[in-house]
Design a protein around this ligand. Structure first.
Ligand code: ADP
Ligand code: MG
Length: 403
């Protein structure tokens, strides 16, 4: 690891802020980070979740695909305020004062992500200057763009934290996040950072949420605990239609988003479901099966061949993100994997919604230490880069020495 002349402390308390593609709300954490010889260590202190009110969530989701400039301009600042409030809340919950926080790492809200366009680009909003101004704490944000500028897809960035948290000397591990999008990190036994493989597996809850919301006429925004899916039968025809999406065949590194699994995909899905007169529960069951299979296919095709036969039985699949609470999805995942043990982050003493904000707190620390934290093997970047943009904190909370 590159040494640095930075005066940034070798550890301390950091805040991480995250709102994922589901746009359901903000997860905020306070973590304690320590620099060790080979990699930093990170420990969760506390976590809070602040759900977005439904009208705000709907505005965000609309803006992702049809936002005009004025709307996005306003949302950037509005979200900045929401992130600042979440930061203040988690700092209070941790029982510490803002002066004791080294920095905030804020992922922001992805509005658009176009990694394969002629000019690859990505847009996360939630103005970091607003966060720094309200909290007085140095804020690091906009982590994805530097990786993309270096030829990467700007995602996934959480694998660095997975590597720090979950590498095991003798076990292979797959860390599977099921947020709006599904993404996995593969850690071979005793992984060095260049050994980490990570990519998006497809839609996590994104299609499922959209289907549930439509079928329940807006009364439900997700299939709580997978109860609805558990009542339905899987339609093999509709499933085959979903599985034909070319993203599943594409080789990693690969990332996806609402642009690929958005309205067009849903419109086709409805047409197919209507043509077959499928009852609502069957549609929910089929889309749940699709999510489970997209993960299993990614494991079988791209990961299992990398695992030595004698260690395959020791494989652990650690599931996280909101989808880890969907019991039907987990059951289907376990049934199809047929090897290894499926665990939740909770088995490692961590609420699974805390992992992603934790990752951005860790990335903020790496940025302040001027160390690269993208994994080119995961993002496809030409080389490692120091991620993010740093907004110095304000005088009231003593962060002024970094101005
Ligand atoms: N109890 C639950 N049962 C089933 N699904 C759930 C449950 N809780 C959360 N989810 C799903 O998780 C999603 C949020 O997951 P999250 O990890 O926050 O995703 P993102 O990172 O995209 O915001 C919700 O939109 C919902 O689909
Ligand atoms: Mg979320």
């Amino acid at each position: 690891m590159k040494s640095t002349k930075s005066t940034t402390p070798r550890g301390g308390l950091y805040v991480g802020l995250m709102s994922g593609t589901s746009a359901d709300g903000i997860d905020a954490v306070v973590v304690k980070i320590r620099d060790l010889a080979l990699r930093p260590s990170v420990q969760l202190v506390t976590h809070v979740y602040r759900r977005f009110p439904a009208p705000f969530r709907n505005r965000l989701l609309r803006a992702c695909l049809h936002g005009d400039v004025a709307t996005i301009c306003e949302l950037n600042f509005e979200l900045g305020e929401a992130f600042a409030r979440a930061a203040a809340a988690v700092i209070r919950r941790a029982g510490v004062s803002p002066q004791h926080i080294q920095a905030i790492g804020s992922h922001g809200q992805t509005l658009h992500h176009l990694p394969r366009a002629k000019f690859p680009s990505t847009l996360q909003i939630g103005e970091a200057c607003v966060i720094a101004e309200r909290t007085g704490i140095t804020t690091v944000a906009d982590f994805r763009v530097r990786d993309m500028a270096a030829g990467g897809q700007g995602a996934p960035l959480v694998p660095f934290a997975d590597w720090v948290l979950f590498s095991h000397p003798t076990r292979p591990r797959i860390i599977q996040n099921i947020g709006g999008i599904g993404n996995l990190t593969f850690l071979p036994p005793a992984a060095r950072r260049e050994d980490v493989v990570a990519f998006d597996t497809g839609p996590g809850n994104m299609i499922l949420d959209a289907v549930v919301s439509r079928l329940s006429r807006g009364r439900q925004s997700y299939d709580r605990n997978g109860a609805w899916a558990a009542q339905g039968k899987i339609s093999s025809a509709l499933l085959a239609h979903c599985l034909a999406h070319p993203f599943l065949q594409r080789r990693p590194p690969k990332t996806t988003g609402r642009e690929e699994f958005g309205e067009q995909f849903l419109t086709l899905l409805w047409t197919q479901a209507r043509r077959r007169r499928l009852p609502p529960a069957d549609v929910v069951a089929t889309v749940t099966e699709f999510t489970a299979l997209s993960i299993v296919m990614a494991c079988r095709r791209f990961i299992f061949p990398r695992i030595a036969a004698q260690t395959l039985a020791r494989l652990e699949v650690v599931v996280g993100g909101g989808g880890a609470r969907n019991r039907t999805l987990l059951r289907r995942l376990q049934a199809h994997l047929g090897v290894g043990t499926v665990l939740c982050h909770e088995a490692f003493g961590m609420d699974s919604s805390a992992k992603e904000p934790l990752a951005f707190a860790l990335l903020a620390h790496e940025t302040l230490r001027q160390r690269p934290a993208n994994l080119p093997s995961a993002t496809g970047a030409r080389h490692p880069v120091v991620l993010g943009k740093i907004v110095p904190g304000g005088a009231p909370h003593g962060g002024g020495d970094q101005c």
